[in-house]
Design a protein around this ligand. Structure first.
Ligand code: AMP
Length: 392
């Protein structure tokens, strides 16, 4: 049984072909510059295949992908593909779990696409391309927001006029839900129970912290969009919106240009003036660069703030997990955050904390909270959900 996980963006389409018997990745890759010129990279059997090809639209990308699966002998026949799972960024409050795509689902997706204008329409193009190319294979949609649908109104509402919520759907939706759900499952297996309090830190270029009790999301740091919460690679995280008008006036920018600055030119990149990449920031920090030290301390402080807030919200925590690019690979960030949390009796083992990209318990035996590094796997979660639904 083979399943494809798809993450379609406006000009790219990432795929992972997974063998569900042992959950191994058979092949993965990316189709890029769709609608511009086109290029694909496919990794299979330790080889990397790259070619510049004309990709007018997402249909071209899917057709060439399926062609390559055969010609590179990744599969013998397309009949081996039994399902395609698609990552969708925003499901609003219309979707609280993964579903099989039908006309009603596509209509609902159409009705909410303006809530994630850069992402949802692209996700839908990916779905339509597979519906066309493999008409007999079921597609599923796996939402970044679904896991967070268990938040209570007192958590997901903003203290703004209530009509904004009623009329325009203004509320916290969160993101990275598939990753936080995967981490919750792995933690549950590690602890051998479903009943625990977990603070899950997904810290990549985008970053979100989620408070989870007994497998359900209680609160999460991202908001109406992924701009909210902690400081990220290029995103500001939470700010006071009243700072916008003076900057707009001084820089002669409209609201879209300013929101673009908050999304693309802020965070680690904006504050350090060095790079959005944690590896570059760490280099500069280790060389004693003052702005890098300031940025690193602020970065760790913002993550600490959310962990501390959720520790109180949950009435304590059994486990804190670190995942995604920074969370899995930066001993420095983990150390700074955990040192900030020392007053809660949280202690990490310096040596164990040197781990990169490998599941490891990094807290000491006498730490009041267990701290784990757990690599995330959103593609596998998408494939598992798809398998679960098509088996029924
Ligand atoms: P993600 O969005 O999860 O793919 O994470 C990407 C980010 O992870 C990069 O921009 C880097 O900031 C960070 N990252 C990746 N590898 C390392 C590493 N070895 N050390 C520190 N940060 C890393």
């Amino acid at each position: 049984m083979k399943i494809i996980s798809i993450n379609a963006g406006s000009s790219s389409l990432k795929f992972s072909l997974i063998n569900m018997e042992d959950e191994s990745v058979i092949a993965n890759g990316v189709f890029e510059r769709i609608g511009i010129d086109g290029k694909y990279t496919i990794k299979f059997n330790g080889e990397k295949y790259t070619e510049d090809v004309q990709l007018k639209d997402h249909n071209d990308a899917v057709n060439i992908l399926l062609e390559k699966l055969i010609s590179l002998k990744i599969v013998n026949s397309l009949d081996e593909i039994e399902g395609v799972g698609h990552r969708v960024v925003q499901g609003k409050d219309l979707f609280d779990k993964t579903v099989i795509v039908d006309d009603e689902v596509m209509e609902k997706l159409e009705s909410i696409k303006h809530f994630a204008p850069l992402h949802n329409p692209a996700n839908m193009l990916g779905i339509k391309a597979f519906q066309k190319a493999l008409p007999n294979v079921p597609n599923t949609v796996v939402f970044d927001t679904a896991f967070h649908q268990t938040m209570k109104p007192e958590t997901y509402l903003y203290a703004v006029p209530y009509q904004w919520y009623e009329k325009y759907g203004i509320r916290k939706y969160g993101a990275h839900g598939t990753s936080h759900r995967y981490i919750t499952e792995v933690t549950s297996n590690l602890l051998g129970t479903e009943n625990f309090k977990l603070i899950s830190c997904h810290i990549g270029n985008g970053a979100s912290i989620t408070a989870i009790k007994d497998g359900k999301c209680v609160d999460t740091s991202m908001g109406f969009t992924p701009l909210a919460g902690v400081m990220m690679g290029t995103r500001s995280g939470d700010i006071d919106p009243s700072l916008l008008p003076p900057v707009m006036e001084a820089e002669n920018k409209d609201i879209n240009a300013i929101i673009n600055d908050l999304n693309k030119n802020s965070g680690v990149l904006g504050l350090s003036g060095i790079s959005s990449d944690m590896r570059d920031l760490e280099d500069a920090y280790n060389k004693g660069n003052e702005r890098a030290i300031l940025t690193m301390n602020k970065y760790a402080r913002r993550i600490t703030d959310y962990i501390a807030q959720y520790y109180v919200l949950l009435g304590g925590a059994d486990v804190i997990t670190f995942t995604a690019g920074v969370g899995e690979n930066s001993p420095l960030v983990r150390k700074l955050v955990c040192d900030n949390l020392a007053c809660l009796g949280i202690k990490i083992d310096e040596e164990k904390n040197q781990v990169r990209g490998k599941q490891t318990l990094i807290s000491t035996e006498d730490s009041k909270v267990k701290v784990y590094v757990i690599p995330t796997d959103e593609e596998l979660m998408i494939a598992r959900d798809t398998l679960e639904l098509i088996k029924r």
